[in-house]
Design a protein around this ligand. Structure first.
Ligand code: ADP
Length: 328
């Protein structure tokens, strides 16, 4: 049962966003017990440290009433930059409205002492980034499974006029069943019309995953199709272990993006054979012309998902974060 209805979650999210800019700064870890501010609100005991991002620190939080465990994202109320505050506010506004099996569930947000706490679905198995780092690259069945889940999440977002704009392996969290959970909505935007798309021409995203139209302001903005470009980058990176446009400097990355210059590894590299179907799917997503990129529905119909009788594992063992799974 959800611990809070959507309306209250929205209200709290908005209030927490406002509060975020008005309190004092602090760098200490959160207190062991965090209560929601309203009368009769829930209390959470803070547990294990989960990770640290650009401006948030994440801990496990146990709901005192029933022992359920969540991820508590803790954000200092006063952020060093206005831009960060804005990022956080959009994150709360958009994320709080999303509800999908492959998107990190947002439950509520509240302010306490000098911090804002965001209660999220716990993803105890790290991110696809961690997994690829440990494994070097993923097997074809795993890539298929993750891509299909990712497409379902992206289809859901795009249908609701949301562009995530920062899809990358580090933002794809893994739940206890090794299902993808898209997280970090800090750069997400609502794109309701062409006019909106035109206004949305701010440079955002992570260099390695950035779409060419985001780099070129004269093209007049960008749409949800930036996410499809990122899907291509993610697919390449899961298959090979490195992003396609990787370079030492940001300028070099951008140059490679604009020239669509990426190289697949040789079969002999790490003994990793990448089939033509996979390469074809990636090249469809990495199209310089954004309108020509496939929709999530087209992607899942791609022959890559039907090779070898379409082997897509229904379940993945969390052990495959460290070791290549054996298919029985
Ligand atoms: P930021 O927005 O500051 O980049 P993130 O959302 O990336 O913060 O979160 C920071 C870190 O906290 C992540 O890298 C991850 O280790 C951990 N984390 C975030 N959300 C969850 C979650 N739902 N479950 C488990 N760990 C999480």
């Amino acid at each position: 049962k959800p611990i809070m209805d959507r309306k209250t979650a929205d209200k709290n999210a908005a209030a927490a966003g406002q509060k975020a800019s008005s309190s004092k700064n602090h760098a200490d870890p959160p207190p062991p017990l965090v209560p929601e501010p309203e009368e009769g609100g829930e209390r959470y005991s803070i547990g294990q440290f989960l990770g640290k991002g650009g401006f948030a620190v994440c801990y496990e939080g146990t709901l005192a009433r029933n022992g359920r465990v969540y991820a508590m994202k803790v954000v200092k109320s006063q952020m060093p930059q206005k831009k960060m505050e804005e990022k956080f506010r959009t994150e709360l506004q958009i994320h709080s409205k999303m509800r999908h099996p492959f998107i990190v569930q947002f439950y509520r947000a509240f302010a306490f002492e000098q911090s804002t706490y965001v209660v999220l679905e716990l993803c105890p198995n790290g991110s696809v980034m961690d997994m690829v780092r440990k494994r070097r690259y993923l097997s074809l069945p795993e890539v298929r499974r993750f891509m299909i889940q990712l497409c379902a999440a992206v289809k859901y977002l795009h249908k609701r006029f949301v562009a995530h704009r920062d899809l990358k392996m580090g933002n794809l969290f893994l739940d206890h069943n090794m299902n993808i959970k898209v997280g970090d909505f800090g750069l997400a935007a609502m794109i309701l019309s062409d006019k909106d798309a035109k206004r949305r021409n701010t440079l955002c995203g992570t260099p390695n995953y950035i779409a060419p139209e985001v780099l070129d302001k004269s093209k007049g903005g960008h749409t949800q199709k930036v996410d499809i470009w990122s899907l291509g980058v993610i697919c390449f990176a899961m298959l090979t272990g490195y992003p396609p446009f990787q370079s030492k400097t940001q300028e070099e990355i951008y140059k490679k993006v604009r020239n669509l210059h990426y190289v697949w590894p040789k079969d002999s590299d790490n003994n990793n054979h990448i089939p033509e179907e996979a390469k074809d799917l990636v090249s469809a997503c990495l199209n310089l012309v954004d309108e020509e990129r496939p929709d999530p529905d087209d992607i899942v119909e791609h022959p890559f998902f039907n090779m070898y009788d379409g082997c897509i594992p229904r379940q993945l063992d969390p052990a495959c974060r460290f070791n290549k799974p054996l298919w029985l």
